[in-house]
Design a binder for this molecule. Structure first.
Ligand SMILES: Cc1cc2nc3c(=O)[nH]c(=O)nc-3n(C[C@H](O)[C@H](O)[C@H](O)COP(=O)(O)OP(=O)(O)OC[C@H]3O[C@@H](n4cnc5c(N)ncnc54)[C@H](O)[C@@H]3O)c2cc1C
Length: 417
């Protein structure tokens, strides 16, 4: 396509949210181009992203609907049970009696009866590979390496200016470039938020004993410590510490890291071997004050970067992608201008409430649990005990985590738009 041709949508960022949105929009007949400083091959390198993602069962339906699920399925580990423990000391992950715990079981929710788990754990590199293959199969245009430097909008179109001066024109620009979104800044949308002074140390480990598809989350004063089941008797660890300690853990020798890890992990899953590099992710909250502006829409972390405590950041981002694709595809079919304020308002109204309430909820959760004051501990332990005893409350939490609540976009019901 020549620089003077016009796209329907220019997507800044071909990460997990941007590429999923691109596939969904193109499936509905919209002409898209994606721009990213990282080519797909670079995103697939073992050193690029060591995380694994808890994908809610509704989100997995969307990945199936956009043609990405099949390639991921054999790498997706079922999460049939989640055990949440309020532990106070390192080593709390040992089987010693815990002061409080919460237990979520897939069998207890209606969707579980049909055999669906609470969610699936998948390594991000597997999701990225499946997305890259689907993007190539669909023949989507990707400009990479290339970065969005600025965006200009006039009443009729949006113009995206790349780092090398190339100008791309379209009816709409979608900001999917993560927390530091250029599109968001160019549109004059403020982001509010704060750092937690915490970082997540992420590593993949091989276990001597079977994890039984159980995810464990221990709330320790320094932040949550999660052991998340992966295929092939492995687990992904998200070990939250103060940023200073997290950096020290990353820099530690293999032997020292392993010794620290075993003190925290305990021995309930037998011997634990670390596989591959360790990664450190600083944790913060960032929430865009609006989801749309003139010929502009934001999705994923560009709209809301949340703490990984509930494993919901990408799930929220993919819900944005599904909702925006549905609004735009239907508008195009009705002959409407997809970049118009009326159309973009539909998307903003659909997603705003969910994003803000969940981001605020996760923030409150982190503060409540990263705290060792006796009265706070007592209050939260009583709360956990209550939720554990009240089955309908527990089921409500599970439905929320499964992503199947509220006004669901068609793709999250597994339907094409
Ligand atoms: C430790 C940890 C564990 C997590 N676990 C979970 C989990 O279990 N479940 C879950 O749902 N979520 C989880 N998350 C959150 C999840 O990883 C993020 O929400 C998700 O990666 C956001 O995807 P994104 O595509 O919106 O943004 P990003 O992943 O930040 O991608 C942005 C893309 O934009 C590109 N880009 C940057 N600048 C530009 C530019 N100027 N022009 C064009 N492109 C640009 C980047 O190269 C990148 O490809 C976790 C996060 C962390 C830190």
């Amino acid at each position: 396509m020549s620089a003077t041709d016009r796209y329907d949508i220019i997507i800044a960022g071909a990460g997990l949210a941007g590429a999923s949105f691109g596939l969904a929009a193109a499936q509905g007949g919209l002409k898209v181009v994606m721009v990213d400083p990282q080519p797909f091959d670079a995103q697939l390198a073992p050193s690029f992203d060591g995380r694994s993602t808890a994908i809610a069962f509704a989100t997995f339906r969307m990945l199936d609907a956009i043609g990405v699920g099949a390639a991921m399925r054999s790498h997706a580990c079922r999460m049939d049970r989640i055990l949440v423990t309020d532990g106070r000391r390192p080593g709390a992950a040992t089987p010693a009696p815990s002061p409080a715990f919460l237990r979520f079981d897939a069998d207890e929710i209606a969707d579980g009866v049909g055999g669906e788990p609470l969610g699936y754990m998948v390594e991000n590199r597997r999701i990225r590979t499946a997305l890259a293959e689907a993007v190539a199969r669909a023949g989507l245009e990707v400009r990479a390496p290339a970065a969005v430097a600025a965006v200009e909008t006039d009443p009729g179109q949006a113009t995206v200016i790349l780092g090398d001066g190339t100008r791309l024109r379209g009816a709409l620009v979608v900001g999917a470039e993560g927390r530091g979104s250029r599109v968001r800044a160019s549109a004059g949308i403020e982001a509010l938020g704060w750092g937690y002074g915490q970082s997540g140390v992420v590593a993949t480990v091989r276990l001597e004993h079977d994890h039984g598809n159980v995810a464990h989350e221990y709330f320790l004063p320094s932040g949550p410590f999660a052991i998340l089941p992966l295929t092939d008797q492995r687990a992904s660890l998200v070990w939250t510490e103060t940023t200073r300690r997290a950096e020290a853990l990353k820099a530690a020798s293999d032997e020292a890291f392993h010794a620290h890890l075993m003190r925290r992990f305990g021995e309930f899953l037998g011997a634990v071997t670390v596989e591959g590099p360790r990664f450190v992710y600083p944790l913060s909250l960032s929430l865009a004050e609006r989801l749309t502006a003139h010929r502009t829409a934001l999705i994923g972390d560009a709209a809301h970067g949340v703490h990984p405590v509930a494993g919901q950041g990408l799930n929220l981002g993919l819900k944005d992608a599904a909702a925006l694709a549905e609004v735009l595809i239907q508008a195009a079919r009705n002959g409407e201008d997809i970049g118009s304020e009326t159309v973009l308002d539909r998307y903003a109204r659909w997603r705003r409430f969910d994003n803000v309430t969940l981001a605020a909820g996760f923030d409150a959760f982190v503060r409540l649990f990263s705290n060792d004051l006796a009265p706070v501990r007592l209050a939260r332990d009583l709360g956990m005990a209550a939720v554990n005893r009240i089955a309908p409350l527990r089921r409500a939490f599970m439905h929320e985590a499964g992503g199947a609540t509220g006004d669901l976009p068609k793709l999250l019901k597994g339907e094409a738009v």
